[in-house]
Design a protein around this ligand. Structure first.
Ligand code: ATP
Length: 342
């Protein structure tokens, strides 16, 4: 079984699908002043952000800063202490169970381990949500399952059990299952965890290709800096119990803000220490230490069929519009060859 981008047939189908969906561009998620604690432990507070319809967002943050908690809160699995999450006019934080059930139908979720049923083959795993939540005939289910298996490059592997395939294939099978109900929002919880760099690069390309084809709103939690630097339209960074920054990719990649700069460039110098925050002695020891220059901003990963995504912008557009000079060498064509970029 090869790891590949969607076949030509599925790309064509995707383009037709896209034409059909001219008026649909995913849905916006508007989060306002969201706060979540467990007992006395505040996880994060005052989180405000708008995830624009149809765009790809990446949420970053040191371990334990509550990225998974944020995903679970956004899908309504956890109730926030305060604040709102408005999707299509419904606030998930205060709506009824019935409304929540309806809103949840908009979501597809790729869990960290793919969350496959071990005793079912991939076909039955992917078909599961259709059999549970729809009254479609088996022939219709077959058509949809095969279409999604093709989208994620898994045609031919339908009879395999999850235990018989690689972690990368399991993720793609999980993705096929997340897509069967045609979600308007897809949440990815560390899609690249446990994958080698080559498979991560294939998965990233698949994510971009899928976004181009289905126009849904994507929110990705990841630790992979390369993914964060090349895949999304927007990046958020959770740190020290709040959202340190959220905005367009170019804004964060050109930011001199110490936490953002340190995290997005995987540096040791900066406010983030081994156990989240550095203490005063550690920070004093770093005083006067010169920071390495910001690396060039790489080009954003483009769909493999060469057709731009709806939310894709010209390289450097945000910097130009905001009078920001990007680091030297940014957006050079060779930057598409950055590790993980191809
Ligand atoms: N149901 C729960 N009850 C109590 N505490 C919880 C619960 N779920 C998460 N936590 C706590 O919330 C904090 C944030 O956890 P979370 O898994 O969201 O972090 P994360 O940023 O996704 O971490 P990582 O990058 O390591 O996956 C942790 O301290 C965790 O122990």
């Amino acid at each position: 079984m090869h790891l590949c981008a969607p076949s030509q047939a599925s790309r064509r189908a995707g383009v037709e699908h896209r034409e059909l969906r001219e008026l649909f561009v995913g849905v916006e998620i508007k989060v306002d002043d969201l706060t979540k604690s467990f007992g006395k432990q505040l996880i994060w507070g005052g989180v405000t952000l708008t995830i624009p319809a149809g765009e790809i967002c990446v949420m970053l943050g040191p371990s334990g800063t509550g990225k998974s908690v944020l995903l679970k809160t956004i899908i309504g699995l956890l109730k926030p202490d305060r604040g709102s999450i408005v999707i299509e006019g419904t606030d998930l934080a205060s709506c009824s169970e019935k409304e929540l059930y309806e809103i949840r139908k908009l979501f597809g979720v790729l869990f960290q381990d793919g969350a496959m049923f071990g005793s079912m083959n991939l076909y039955d795993n992917v078909a599961f949500p259709l059999r549970e939540h729809t009254r479609k005939s088996e022939s219709e289910i077959r058509r949809i399952v095969m279409e999604k298996m093709d989208l994620v490059g898994l045609l031919g592997a339908e009879d395999k059990l999850p235990g018989e395939i690689s972690g990368g294939m399991r993720k793609r099978a999980g993705l096929a299952r997340a897509l069967v109900l045609d979600p308007e929002i897809v949440l990815f919880d560390e899609p690249d965890s446990g994958l080698d760099p080559v498979r991560t690069a294939f998965l990233n390309q698949l994510i971009v290709d899928l976004n181009a084809q289905i126009d849904a709103t994507f929110l990705i939690v990841t630790h992979d800096i390369n993914t964060a630097r090349t895949v999304p339209d927007n990046i958020g960074l959770l740190y020290h119990r709040h959202l340190a920054m959220f905005g367009p990719r170019e804004m964060l990649l050109s930011s001199e803000e110490p936490v953002v700069r340190q995290f997005l460039n995987a540096q040791r110098v900066g406010p983030i220490g081994m156990s989240e925050e550095k203490d005063a002695d550690e920070l004093a020891a770093e005083a006067g230490q010169e920071l390495p220059p910001l690396p060039p901003i790489p080009l954003q990963l483009e769909p493999s069929n060469g057709i731009s995504r709806r939310s894709q912008r010209e390289p450097g557009a945000w910097c130009r519009e905001n009078g920001v000079t990007p680091p030297p060498g940014s957006f050079a064509p060779a930057m598409t060859m950055a590790p993980g970029g191809n």
